[in-house]
Design a protein around this ligand. Structure first.
Ligand code: ZN
Ligand code: ZN
Length: 603
């Protein structure tokens, strides 16, 4: 329980590799400096330290001006703002009539339909009573009557029917160019509770009566001609068919105390299709009528009005310093510094660096770890120079499993030197290696580590084990000293093809089994090892002997593999240093037996 708690209470941090290089160091600082500069420029330029809010606005407008217009059939007329802004002003827009087609004295009656809306006919049979189309001016009466040079179907309608289709050129009310409009725009930024008007506090009556857009960009009164001109259009041309112009008011406000600035900025552009000869239904027009009663009969004057609609659009935002925004921005930019690492790592990987230094960096930086699940065993045969890497199999004897790879034997030079030294200073009184010593009763395997009672046969090898006490050697053994096991991973011989057993080599006695050497190794590891009990001592010696074998045969075992000790060697070592209770832990996973475990005799 407490150990679980202890495991929770720990902190992991990344391990870094520092490359001492002037080139890379200065490159790093240059890149980081550039990134910092970029971050600062973006901070000031985009004001990312500010909280933003969008504008909420309302607009009203008032058009003023008077023009004298001569209308065909009507005569000269003075038009004031009531006449030229006939429709109720829409939301955020106003309309100014610039051209008109007048059809006077229309009354309810019957008259021939005009072409091209009407139907050309020869006799009354060609006309259908009560018929009408989307474009017709009235409902057909069923008669075919003369209309100019042709005959068309007669309709019940407001007669006479409007005949003129194209607007007059030049526009009749082109003088509307000189009209002015006063735009009143109230805005609010709800998040900051900030209110402002485009008619600024210092603007008084005399200012407003004289100000001009041309000289003062803040003036809220605009001449229509100027607006159209700023939209890069010609008023007199546009006046003929009409169109739509946008008046854009942009509020870009900085509400920070020291930099407070919140003024409108006006701009204009045309919204509808400019090329009237290329589009269907160009311009903007609509009809309205003025009604009157003459001699008890109701009549009307029909106006087809062409004009310019001005749409007022207000947009913009306000910003004010916000500590939270600043923190968020700084946080979001920290990742940019990773670009330096990515770039320099990439640079190291490219051919800018020699293969050796590239490999050096990558070896220092990357630690390869095998997936432990796979469990790779390393096998060393005495008749093969390299080490085999073998996948552990649950069914097949280790001896028979095909290797997945081979690796060069990597000498543990420190160990080799120590062993050579130990061999040279060999104590003359050292007991001679036991010739074919009796290993005693065959070591009892632990429950589960194989119940085979067979021991190796004594065919051949001089070091031999005891006289045969079991069945013949297993099929996979080629040295003759191995014993079958219920664990396939323990079924390994010391060689691959026929030949003498490694345990028969004099070096096996001297490097693996010699008591004085093992004692020295144990004492070397723990100078105050004291006098352990006999059982513990033999266990420690046995495991040191295993380790000696691994160091001798494998040198430095391949990374992430488990060295496997041949069955004959295990038997020989167990015979030399038997367990008192006859219990052995058998093959277990784990790299080289740890020193501590070895000296403790725990394994
Ligand atoms: Zn064998
Ligand atoms: Zn052998």
């Amino acid at each position: 329980m407490s150990s679980k708690l202890f495991n929770l209470c720990q902190y992991e941090t990344n391990k870094l590799v520092r490359i001492r290089s002037v080139r890379l160091g200065s490159l790093k600082w240059t890149l980081n400096g550039l990134i910092l500069m970029f971050i600062c420029v973006m901070l000031l330029w985009n004001k990312t330290y500010q909280d933003f809010d969008l504008v909420v606005s309302s607009v009203t407008s008032k058009v003023k001006g008077v023009a004298l217009a001569s209308l065909p059939g009507v005569g000269p007329l003075v038009w004031d703002h009531v006449d030229y802004s006939p429709t109720p002003q829409g939301r955020n827009s106003f309309f100014v009539v610039t051209n008109v087609i007048v059809t006077q004295n229309q009354k309810q009656g019957k008259c021939p339909e005009v072409l091209p809306y009407g139907k050309v006919c020869e006799t009354n049979k060609d006309c259908e009573v009560g018929a009408s189309t989307q474009h017709s001016h009235g409902i057909q009466t069923g008669s075919c009557v003369k209309s100019g040079f042709r005959k068309t179907c007669e309709v019940s309608a407001w007669c006479p029917i409007e005949t003129k289709r194209n607007p007059p050129r030049p526009a009749l009310l082109a003088a509307a160019e000189n009209f002015t409009v006063l735009i009143k725009n109230n805005i609010r930024f709800p998040a900051f509770n900030f209110i402002r008007r485009n008619i600024l506090p210092w603007m008084n009556d005399s200012y407003l009566s004289h100000c001009q857009r041309r000289t003062d960009p803040l003036c809220p009164i605009f001449r229509l001609g100027d607006i159209v001109k700023e939209a890069k259009e010609d008023f007199s041309k546009m006046a003929v068919e009409g169109g739509v112009i946008a008046i854009q008011i942009k509020w870009d406000c900085n509400l920070d105390r020291w930099f407070q600035r919140c003024l409108p900025k006006y701009s204009f552009r045309r919204l509808d299709e400019k090329e009237s000869n290329r589009t269907l239904y160009p311009g903007l027009n609509f009809r309205f009528a003025k009604y009157h009663t003459q001699n008890g009969v109701e009549g009307r004057t029909l106006y087809k009005a062409f004009g310019i609609r001005f749409d007022i659009m207000v947009f913009g935002q306000a910003g004010r310093f916000s500590f939270i925004q600043l923190i968020i921005y700084i946080g979001s930019t920290l990742s940019y510094y990773a670009l330096t690492t990515v770039f320099i790592d990439w640079l190291i990987g490219t051919s800018c660096y020699s293969v050796e230094s590239r490999q050096n960096y990558s070896e220092r930086k990357v630690e390869s770890v095998q997936d432990k699940q796979q469990c790779i065993l390393s096998v060393s045969y005495v008749d093969e120079p390299h080490i085999r890497l073998v996948k552990r199999s649950q069914k097949k004897s280790l001896q028979l499993v095909k290797p997945m790879a081979v690796q060069q034997h990597q000498e543990d030079t420190g160990h080799l030197t120590a062993m050579l030294g130990a061999l040279q200073q060999r104590n003359p009184q050292d007991e001679p290696p036991k010739p074919a010593s009796d290993p005693g009763p065959d070591p009892q395997p632990t429950p589960g580590s194989g119940s085979s009672t067979g021991s190796g046969s004594n065919t051949g090898s001089g070091s031999g084990l005891s006289e045969d006490s079991g069945p013949a050697r297993p099929a996979w053994c080629v040295c003759g000293n191995c014993k079958s096991s219920s664990h396939p991973q323990e079924e390994l011989c010391c060689r691959h093809s026929d030949g003498p057993c490694i345990t028969s080599s004099p070096l096996f006695e001297q490097l693996v089994l010699r008591r004085s050497l093992l004692d020295t190794v144990l004492l070397y590891r723990d100078p105050f090892i004291g006098q352990p009990t006999e059982g513990m001592q033999t266990a420690a010696l046995r495991h040191c002997a295993y380790e000696q074998y691994i160091r001798w045969r494998f040198g430095v075992p391949p990374l992430d593999t488990h060295p496997a000790i041949p069955s004959c060697c295990v038997r020989r070592i167990r015979a030399e240093y038997p367990s008192l209770d006859g219990q052995y832990s058998g093959f277990r996973l784990g790299g080289v037996v740890s020193m501590q475990a070895c000296s403790n005799g725990r394994l």
